[in-house]
Design a protein around this ligand. Structure first.
Ligand code: ADP
Length: 255
């Protein structure tokens, strides 16, 4: 489609909550085939930025572009339809829903019904169930967790659940992936699977935006890092540049 290869861009993006300026003058670019990381202390505006990009919040100012298309302020389902998908820090997963059913709901994220309804609309009740199911199994296999297919998602260890979320994000066949703290709670072997999955998305030309506390993981995965502090961008650069940046170090160590 026309959006293939589109760069996601924010231009002087702003978001205020009452008098609280959660984001001010934030201009970043995330390119296809690259991993763009957003880092910064708690409350620095990372989640707010993800919420703006995915259409959960409306910008208070500035622009949000996907290629030449302005997406700022569009409803979430329409942004999802353009191929922007996200994971959640605390995903809403119906009790007892199996992994394969949950992953298959990724397909419905672009429907107008919204995520909660999409989750409850089990694939078993829809035509095309088998195809979705096969796709879900394929994605679980890709992430090395096919043995969880028939287990309830809420019975899985946190790390495995994160991988299930990644599989669900993949099921919507997005071009832009927003990963919200997807590395948190992962052990070393889960982290390697996650790294592999992100590598595959990047090689396939996907645009990846990572919000991540795990700094070593960010250094390993990111092509470009943006550092937020109190709603403003204080540094942008390659992992090597960011590691050498004293302001960033100060922000993290209080030095
Ligand atoms: P981070 O993800 O970096 O921890 P957030 O984006 O969650 O930071 O928060 C940035 C600022 O925006 C904080 O001051 C937070 O209280 C505020 N904020 C975020 N979401 C809301 C909201 N829905 N209503 C009011 N304030 C919010």
């Amino acid at each position: 489609g026309t959006l293939d290869g589109a760069v996601l861009r924010t231009e002087e993006l702003e978001k205020s909550f009452g008098g609280n300026k959660a984001l001010q003058g934030v201009s970043i670019e995330a390119r296809p085939g690259e991993v763009t990381a957003l880092i910064g202390p708690n409350g620095s505006g990372k989640t707010t930025l993800l919420n703006l990009i995915s259409g959960f919040y409306r910008p208070s100012g500035g622009r949000l572009m996907l290629g030449e298309t302005e997406i700022g302020g569009r409803p979430a389902y329409r942004i999802a339809r353009l191929g922007v998908t996200r994971t959640f820090q605390t995903p809403l997963i119906p009790k007892d829903m199996t992994t394969r059913a949950f992953v298959a709901t990724g397909r419905y994220a672009t429907h107008k019904v919204g995520i909660a309804t999409a989750l409850l609309r089990l694939p078993a009740f829809r035509r095309g169930y088998r195809a979705d199911d096969a796709e879900a199994l394929r994605l679980l296999r890709l992430l090395g967790i096919e043995e969880t297919a028939d287990r309830p998602v809420d019975s899985l260890a946190l790390g495995t659940r994160r991988l299930v979320e990644v599989a669900r994000a993949l099921a919507s066949r997005p071009r832009v992936f927003l990963f919200d703290e997807v590395g948190s709670g992962l052990d070393e072997s889960d982290l390697r699977v996650l790294e592999h999955a992100v590598g595959m998305i990047r090689e396939a030309g996907g645009t990846v935006i990572l919000v991540e506390h795990n700094f070593p993981l960010v250094l390993k995965l990111a092509d470009r890092i943006h550092v937020l502090s109190q709603g403003r961008l204080i540094a942008s650069g390659t992992p090597a540049e960011i590691q050498a940046d004293r302001r960033v170090l100060a922000e993290y160590t209080g030095a």
